[in-house]
Design a protein around this ligand. Structure first.
Ligand code: MMA
Ligand code: CA
Length: 165
């Protein structure tokens, strides 16, 4: 016969074990995803994924409007690329042979530019004089640096995903 205190201790312990189990499972899933990303990178010489730092970048071969491009990245378990540093900008500008969509727009509020993660782009990363909303330009491309253009224009795009190992 166990008393109520002993029963509580036992339940707490079981709960702890379950929490540890869930944490381990989450870690395993994360590492499996990392392995899949690295496999994509390493197993194919013609892979369009390129590594820079802790991120992998995919340069599309086809062109789409911004929203379609955004969806294509999501379908690959990625996101339209976000540029946070001069180094990333230099890398992408060098790798992108033409103009590509990035995960940047002011669709939410005209004039308030945001990366898809909600962060505000560094002013220094725009082409001088941009964004100028010439006509009506709510989506961001890389053209050496950042430029705003109409979201329905067709562009190739860059997806990114993080690797955490
Ligand atoms: C294009 C287009 C604009 C950009 C200007 C800069 C003519 O429009 O790319 O978005 O601001 O060039 O001259
Ligand atoms: Ca512009």
């Amino acid at each position: 016969m166990i008393n109520s205190q002993e029963k509580k201790n036992k339940d707490d312990l079981l709960q702890n074990i379950q929490n540890v189990e869930e944490n381990i499972n989450a870690k395993i899933v994360e590492q499996m995803n990392n392995l899949r990303s690295l496999w994509q990178l390493g197993s194919q010489n013609n892979s369009s994924w390129k590594r820079f730092g802790s991120k992998l970048y995919y340069f599309s071969q086809t062109s789409e409007p911004w929203e379609k491009a955004r969806e294509q990245c999501v379908a690959m378990g990625a996101t339209l690329a976000m540029v946070k540093t001069d180094e990333q900008m230099a890398f992408l500008a060098n790798e992108s042979t033409s103009k590509h969509w990035l995960g940047l727009s002011d669709i939410g509020t005209e004039g308030t530019w945001k990366w898809l993660d909600g962060s505000i782009p560094d002013k220094r990363l725009w082409v001088p004089g941009e964004p100028n909303n010439e006509g009506e330009e709510d989506c961001g491309e890389i053209h050496g640096r950042l430029n705003d253009i109409p979201c329905d224009l067709l562009r190739p795009w860059v997806c990114e995903k993080s690797i955490a190992i």
